[in-house]
Design a binder for this molecule. Structure first.
Ligand code: G3P
Length: 218
């Protein structure tokens, strides 16, 4: 499973990229707004940091404008994937842009029926929002499993990207459910490293080693 960072913060992206395990980046208008830098400028900077798929979302809601915005975003860098919301105009724009060879990530997906429409429109990625589904009291991972099963049964090549991930367990469950990609905030990626037994074990190894050599010296 690929790991993407769900962030537009350059410091976080630099840190994640340095670890060598970040395969791409997803952004959305809220994340870009948080950085206070216009979309195209920030996406260009992100493309210089992470070498992988970089999702940049349109901010229009009418298909013709979405197509124009998508074409413009796609010219920023070869790694840009145009993100479109799963509304009627978004699906129409997804079909048009995919037919031109522009890779599309269809976002704000909350049902398998919606995911089927995105695949039929030729989407490169579908983004079901796990955390936000669970906020409403419904199990999020069932959706990942359903979409992965439908796509595999019917031979759709659209990749399933588990989005709106809130913790380490979500990442593990997404991998088990068959997600091709999980996108996560930097904080969650950072948490994936940690285990108390790793820390305790390392402290023990180093203290044993240091004690032994101190003994040899004296
Ligand atoms: O980028 C889309 C998605 O990952 C947003 O997550 O935490 O705002 O629900 P969240």
């Amino acid at each position: 499973m690929k790991i993407f960072l769900d962030s537009a913060n350059l410091q976080e992206l630099r840190k994640g990229a340095a670890w060598g395990i970040v395969d791409g980046v997803t952004t959305n208008p809220s994340l870009i707004a948080r950085e206070g830098v216009p979309m195209e400028e920030q996406i260009r900077k992100i493309c210089d940091i992470v070498d992988g798929d970089i999702s940049a979302e349109v901010v229009s809601t009418e298909s013709r404008e979405m197509i124009a915005d998508g074409r413009r975003l796609a010219t920023i860098h070869k790694n840009v994937v145009v993100k479109l919301p799963l509304i009627r105009d978004g699906i129409q724009a997804a079909k048009a842009l995919s037919s031109e060879g522009i890779r599309v990530n269809v976002t704000l997906c909350f049902s398998a029926a919606q995911a089927l429409l995105a695949a039929k429109a030729g989407a490169y990625i579908i983004s079901p929002f796990i955390g936000r589904i669970e906020d409403t009291g419904w199990p999020g991972m069932d959706l990942i499993e359903d979409i992965a099963a439908i796509y595999s049964k019917h031979g759709y090549r659209t990749q399933v990207l588990a989005a709106s991930i809130r913790g380490a367990l979500h990442v593990v469950e997404a991998a088990k459910a068959g997600a091709h990609i999980a996108t996560m905030p930097f904080k969650v990626l950072d948490q994936l490293f940690d285990h108390p037994l790793t820390e305790r074990g390392l402290n023990q190894f180093l203290s044993d080693y240091n004690k032994a050599f101190e003994l040899v010296k004296s």
